[in-house]
Design a protein around this ligand. Structure first.
Ligand code: ADP
Ligand code: MG
Length: 339
């Protein structure tokens, strides 16, 4: 056996980066979440060649102080978390302080940023985790992060990338979810020079559904709203006659975070009781709001899973909200016609 040695920080960083940055869509997710956490009301995402050529995210949020710009790229560097106790009450999408470090470790990045009120902006460039000194530079209010040549220094990962079209589709799907999860933010998504999504950011979930998922899907939806204790459930579910062939149109958010959850899926489907034909599934855009202390978001590096403190209560709140809404429109008495 070779001797045991601690890895160099460079190799350790590359390994850690692999967990956070799996593909272009993971970069877009992290950058957009940062923009949302920065309080942006408008976010523009541009990609070229599925994000492998270029990813650019522009926001009009709070910006980054010039002296903190290099720090933002260090591992475990964050403005969103201070103490161990804070971990129990996370109200931001980010908190791990890993994303910018991970992204910069496996790409060439440029940041241009200016805080509202500052007279000039600042810029930084980095390649493969090495950041150059901060430069003073004119900039609009907010932050633009440009990521080029993703995985240029990790051939193992580069080899496993799918076709550009598949990566583009993954980013487009993600953009739908992000836009739906924040109707108060105007999202624009441009792929290879073409605008493919634009939400108004008027705060209405309905508007975001319409813009992101289209008129046809919006027409099949029934609004739902309810609560159980301090758990609030609201959004839209498909009418029972509009059961779908898969679960792909089930979109859940918990406190503004898009997540995957078997518990929520089960609760939703239970709400339909026997109203759906065998092999048909409901679609939904459902938001669950609950106190930040009642949900653990520190479950997985990609933050797409959560753990509820009171799973039964969450299940019941979703189940009853959906059932009541469907009952109220008289759905319970009519069985859907065969497709
Ligand atoms: P995290 O989001 O978990 O804090 P990141 O590595 O994603 O970690 O970002 C590090 C820090 O950089 C953030 O905590 C935030 O202070 C700052 N930051 C990143 N992106 C932006 C942005 N678009 N606008 C303002 N600040 C940002
Ligand atoms: Mg982040």
């Amino acid at each position: 056996m070779p001797h045991i040695q601690q890895l160099s920080s460079h190799v350790a960083d590359l390994i850690a980066a692999g967990e956070v940055v799996e593909r272009p869509a993971s970069v877009v997710k992290e950058l957009v979440e940062n923009a949302i956490d920065a309080g942006a009301s408008a976010i523009v995402v541009e990609i070229q060649r599925g994000g492998m050529g270029l990813i650019r995210v522009t926001d009009n949020g709070c910006g980054i102080a010039p002296e903190e710009l290099p720090t933002a790229f260090l591992r475990h560097a964050t403005s969103k978390l201070r103490t161990a106790e804070d971990l129990a009450k996370i109200g931001t999408l980010g908190f791990r302080g890993e994303a910018l470090a991970a992204i910069s470790a496996v790409s060439r990045v440029d940041v241009l940023t200016r805080r509202p009120g500052d007279t000039t902006g600042s810029a930084i460039h980095g390649e493969g985790g090495h950041m150059e000194p901060v430069r003073e530079e004119g900039a609009p209010e907010g932050t633009t992060i440009r990521v080029a040549d993703l995985f240029y220094n990790t051939p193992a990962r580069l080899k496993f990338m799918k076709k550009d079209s598949a990566e583009t589709a993954a980013v487009a799907g993600l953009m739908q979810h992000l836009a739906l999860s924040h109707p108060d933010v105007s999202f624009k998504f441009i792929k290879d020079g073409q605008e493919s999504l634009h939400t108004p950011g008027d705060g209405k979930l309905e508007s975001a559904v319409y813009a992101a998922l289209g008129r046809e899907f919006a027409k099949t939806l029934v609004p739902v709203q309810g609560r159980g204790g301090d758990i609030e459930v609201r959004g839209f579910v498909t009418a029972p006659v509009n059961g779908r062939g898969s679960r792909s149109m089930q979109v859940f958010f918990v406190n503004g975070r898009f997540i995957k959850s078997q518990l929520l899926t089960a609760a939703l489907e239970e709400g339909y009781r026997n109203q759906l034909l065998k092999g048909r599934f409901p679609g939904c855009v459902l938001e669950v709001l609950l106190p930040v202390t009642a949900v653990d978001v520190n479950v997985h590096p990609a933050k797409t899973q959560v753990k509820f403190a009171k799973e039964h209560d969450v299940f019941d709140a979703v189940f009853h909200t959906v059932m009541d809404a469907l009952d109220a429109r008289g759905g319970a008495v009519t069985k859907p016609a065969p497709p």
